[in-house]
Design a protein around this ligand. Sequence first.
Ligand code: SF4
Length: 503
Amino acid sequence: MCGIVGVYGTPYSFQEVYQGLLLLQHRGQDAAGILSFDFNSKDFHHYKDLGLISDVFSPEILAGFSGQMSIAHTRYATVGPKEGPKNAIDKKRDIQPMMINYPFGIGMVHNGNIVNYFQLKKYLQEEKARHLFTQSDLEALINLLSDGLSERSKSAFSFDQFQMAIQGIFDKAHGGFSVVGLLADKGLFAFRDPHGLRPLILGERALTEDEKAAHPKHFGKSYILASESNALNFLGYDVVRDLEPGEILFINDTGEVFSSTSYSKLKKIPQKSCMFEWVYFANPESVLEKRSVYSARLDFGMNLASEIQVLIDEGKISPDIVVPIPETSRVAAISLSETLKIPYREVLIKNRYIQRSFILNTQESRNRAVQLKLTAIASEIRGKNVLLVDDSIVRGTTSKRIIEMVKEAGAREVYFASTCPPIRNPCYYGIDFPDPKELVASDRTVEEVAKYLGADRLIYLSEEGMKKSIGKESLCMACINGNYPVDVSAATEFLDMRSLHRE
Ligand code: SF4
């Protein structure tokens, strides 16, 4: 999963994508980059590096940018070179944005994953004589676009040609992806995979008098495309709408917006938004597909509480306190505690300087992070039956260690509630749990997972409870139920290559 943002219109577009990116830092912490295009000088400006956004971009580096059109990316690697200092050069190679000079000059960022990336790479090398330099699927996408536009753009550029080139990508690339890009001197573009697995939202605002004076050829507005609406809110943009699944959008040099959604309609492709955005990834302030992340999480807690109430009524558990595992589960734990009328206690204290452990890339770094990131207030736990609430259980590393910690603090019984049903299958669309061996629930029953974790009872929200909480039927839940919306026949090669790269 990654965060992407593109801004077109304001002469301060590079500053806005930087600020917007900071709001999306939770979506990826490996690397960051910005690419801007200046319509006055006809120059690109480009900088990217490994690390957190604020570490990558100093005020001096930001001062080197100019331009009315910029794109930016914060990276969370799911495929690519393994960890370690020896691989820093290879890791740098995969950082976005990426560029290609022909035709026009194209820059792109994306969020997601292409399942058949290795087949596409082979196709581009063997049939199109293109050599790919990185292990990033974005490089395959940008080469496909370059190839599609090269075939069609012998005459003047048009949206129809552009649309056909992107539809060519939809035909060839299978996966979940949202893309924002720019065409030098022509405009900003975006597209979303035909199932709409990964989010992308469009916003606009009027330019200020100061901005109009700074760029006399302005078109009176500035547009933004971003992974989440929190970036729009922060930068003062009005939400226009989520891009539709399979939508292709182009904003030209006079500010005219062209859009096409014909591909997914022609092919009758159902929407399948990733449920994990509401469970874990998205910022609680964001609204995805018109559904507030915060209020979906409140409903996770409420619906999970109804399922827990049955166990309480049957005398199987008797929690004294509800304890959130910081940070993501806090909202759900509040509503769960209110619904069950059991006191809510924040007795696990987080060291805020440790990164989210799930997003770290190696087991060793995750173990280390779990040990460092939480401490328990024993005086509030001793002798009590504790109901822990977490957003999800992926590998079980964090959950197991926390249950141990709460027991060591003197809890009588520890129950564990997850706002996500058991994750039993790999995700091939951009979330980093692709290997079934890494998933604690992949080959265990609920009772076996509880035993493995050391919990006296484990309660997962049901699939129905999840759909009810998000308020949508049209969700991807493949990691839960194995119903993959996009062809994963190339997945074996993907898994093999990924573990080869990582281990
Ligand atoms: S498989 Fe799971 S994590 Fe992956 S896109 Fe589908 S719901 Fe999201």
